[in-house]
Design a protein around this ligand. Sequence first.
Ligand SMILES: [Zn+2]
Ligand SMILES: [Zn+2]
Length: 281
Amino acid sequence: MSIPREDAGSAIALDVFKGVLRHVDRLNSWVRAPNFSRGYCSSRSRVIYHYKKEAIKAAQALGLTKHSLVAIVLMCRDCQGKKRYTDQYGFTHDHCNLCSSTGSVKLRFISTVIEAAGIRWYSPTGWRYPTSHFPSDWEKWPEQSPGDWTPNQPGNELTPDEAAESLIAVETFFPERPRARYVSYDYYAGGEIDDFATYGLHIGETMPGICCLCINAPPLNYGFCCNQGRLHWTAHVCGDCRDLWPEAAVLKRCSLNVPNELLTPHVIVWRDTHPSSPPRN
Ligand SMILES: [Zn+2]
Ligand SMILES: [Zn+2]
């Protein structure tokens, strides 16, 4: 449902698009929030960065973006500025590869301002990061100071319902998905992972201090990571229940039903539109 060219000027289409940009914006911030990493998050962050890329492409096509190149010099994280790298065995080498023994590294980011939606995004550059969605001459742009900005600032949390709402909004707007990516280590997936068909959503935890199996309020409390399909949650279990069965049986019991209180309206829609992939033979 992307904006057809001839409709680009229409206020309604633009308003819809700006709404989608704000959803991408809050997902992009959420990736750096402390709770984002609950459940399996690697595919989820790849999915979100894909939509950030698509949003930049679409905004650029509508002439809504202003890009610039920002350079920031940081202390080398491998040698902590000492110019000599200490490896995992405690041996200090006479050089540091990451910073070429200078003690600092210069990182370059493309800053994208989309004024119409009140957005400023930074995209890292370097061999690991795709930049093909930016104008091809970006490497020749003058380097600007980042001002107060530094990378890896913690992002804003989203509730599971807000996250589900934003994911649904961007997935509906940008229906096209990249092909599965090849990985050399995943035997079961036959060498391919489709992040979009497999990423999960952590929807919270059962009431802390109350056992989800016996509904007692016991002193001892253990958290079990449960999942049903692509929904993940943390279930609190008392020591008595935990000792009744082997761990796998406890986990199975906790996972039988998704706790009702965690099934909020957008989470339900997300669950129903994100089925598990059928197992491969
Ligand atoms: Zn270094
Ligand atoms: Zn119990």
